[in-house]
Design a protein around this ligand. Structure first.
Ligand SMILES: O=C(O)C(=O)C[C@]1(C(=O)O)C=C[C@@H](O)C=C1
Length: 257
């Protein structure tokens, strides 16, 4: 049963997965060659128009697609596939989303944000050649960020059902700004950003048998966390929440199609 509480619980639990997946990526150096166009042999003719990261993610998603991952609308791949059958047992997923807007997503924006903005803040310079495990860690980050952000479809569906009259007139007027204002709760955004920063403080500590676990975000700057809590705050403030809201508005604009 979808409600504002259940969709917010879902987003809250995804925070844990996001923080842990970022922590995993920080284990590896930047490993820049994994993100540059691949070359085989000499000359321009041997240059592929894709990086190792793109090939790895495309192939990984193809396997997962065959295994039924994208049968659930909570999951949206970065590359499009036509897969004739799935290997997984069939399951009748509930269809909570409005069909005309169900597949709407901002994966392209998530992809470029992750590689161009976030990754340089996460990974230290260096190259240890462990490209497959590194890019596997990128894939885990991308998948959870995509699931969280594109879950804005479900949040928007709940909000629409909760106030159909107001939303319907704004949708009919195609009033983006008013829709954005109506679905925004600044108090909730503040809770989310401060909580996720605290999770980075708590989850990212080196655990020893003596001493208390640190929970105070403001007095923890001297400590050495696995992922910088201020980067996690910034990730939510600048990208995760704004993109989620973009998904919500786009979903609503197609809610009466
Ligand atoms: O919880 C909500 O109501 C949401 O719409 C989700 C979310 C978020 O991305 O965390 C986005 C917009 C709101 O202003 C508050 C929070």
């Amino acid at each position: 049963e979808l409600s504002l509480d259940t969709v917010r619980d879902f987003l809250t639990r995804e925070e844990d997965t996001i923080v842990f997946s970022l922590i995993e990526r920080t284990k590896y150096p930047l490993n820049r060659p994994a993100y540059e166009p691949l070359h085989f042999g000499d000359g321009a003719a041997h240059r592929l128009n894709a990086s190792f990261a793109e090939l790895f993610i495309r192939e990984s998603e193809a396997v997962q697609s065959k295994a039924g991952r994208y049968q659930s609308l909570q999951e949206i791949p970065f590359f499009a596939y036509r897969v004739p059958f799935t290997l997984a047992p069939p399951y009748n997923f509930t269809r909570d989303l409005y069909p005309a807007a169900a597949l709407l997503n901002v994966n392209d924006a998530i992809w470029s944000m992750y590689f161009n903005e976030l990754l340089p803040l996460l990974a230290k310079n260096g190259d240890d050649g462990n490209y497959a495990v590194t890019v596997d860690a990128d894939l885990a980050c991308l998948q959870v960020l995509s699931r969280r952000i594109n879950y804005g479809r479900y949040v928007a569906e709940v909000k629409f059902r909760g106030d159909q009259q107001t939303y319907t007139s704004l949708i009919q007027a195609k009033d983006r700004d008013a829709l954005m204002k109506l679905l925004t709760s600044e108090a909730q955004e503040d809770v989310v950003k401060r909580r996720v920063e605290k999770k980075a403080v708590v989850f990212g500590q080196t655990i020893t048998l003596d001493g208390p676990i640190q929970t105070d975000v403001n007095h923890s700057s001297q400590a050495n966390f696995k992922v910088d809590p201020s980067v996690v705050y910034k990730l939510y403030d600048q990208w995760v929440i704004p993109l989620t809201k973009q998904v919500e508005v786009e979903y609503l604009l197609h809610r009466l199609d």
